[in-house]
Design a protein around this ligand. Sequence first.
Ligand code: BEZ
Ligand code: FE
Length: 288
Amino acid sequence: MRDFNEKTITDAVIQRFIGAGDPRVKQVCESLVRHVHDFVRDVRPSYEEWEYAIDFLTRTGQISGPARQEFILLSDTLGVSMLVDAINNPVDGKVTQSTVLGPWFVDDAPVFELGADISGAMRGEPAFVSGKIESEDGSPLAGASVDVWHSDDDGFYDVQQLDKLGGAAGRGRFTTDNEGRYWFWTIKPTRYPVPTDGPVGEMLHGQGRHPWRPAHLHFLIRAPGHRKLVTHIFDSTDPYLDSDAVFGVKDELVRDFAEHPAGVAPDGSRREAPFATIAFDFVVAKQG
Ligand code: BEZ
Ligand code: FE
């Protein structure tokens, strides 16, 4: 076949996939071509605009590496990551809702005893974080693994400033006790902008958007026989809750940090300075 035009080219391209061995590959490629062609027919780019698009994607790849994944950030800021999350973790009313993993998770975080202080060299207001992990049938999950990580009060994660901090900080892994409980000390995190010094920053600027994420604590919870839960607890006072740059906020994940004067903390320790407390009980789904 030859002489394709604006109308006939789409089916002609899809026709070429007839020999695809894997039906899922065929289905995904067909849908991709239909949507991309419809997009191009809708937008009607000039050659200059098409070249800009190619250059934008090239730079998105070039700036990516082991320490930075601009394509994931692109997916996050276009709402694609949360759409994939919504498809794979439908809300069922019982199980704690999930949200984005983000780029700052580290799979070999330092392991701590319950009650430890994970703030390391980070400075900020002390915060006591506690709660329990339950299965969807209400039973407490003893021995569940709880990873937590968060920014400091300047909005940076430890992995963005390892030279300054001298190692992991605001990050740790715990194992729940016999009643499924976890508790630890850290510092109160703050809001922060997603990285804007690359193509995604250029895109946000072009779209007239801010890059901020509301203050949050990340959690990743693993328990035998249960689905992994990737989620956050958000600070209820944050001004960016309704305009999170990556669309990750869910109402049920928003909590108050209660403020306390110096004195006795919930774990019985005596604090010489004011501190905050926050509590969250997580419910995880059974493996389907
Ligand atoms: C984060 O919460 O760490 C994050 C998530 C998505 C993009 C950038 C940062
Ligand atoms: Fe984060």
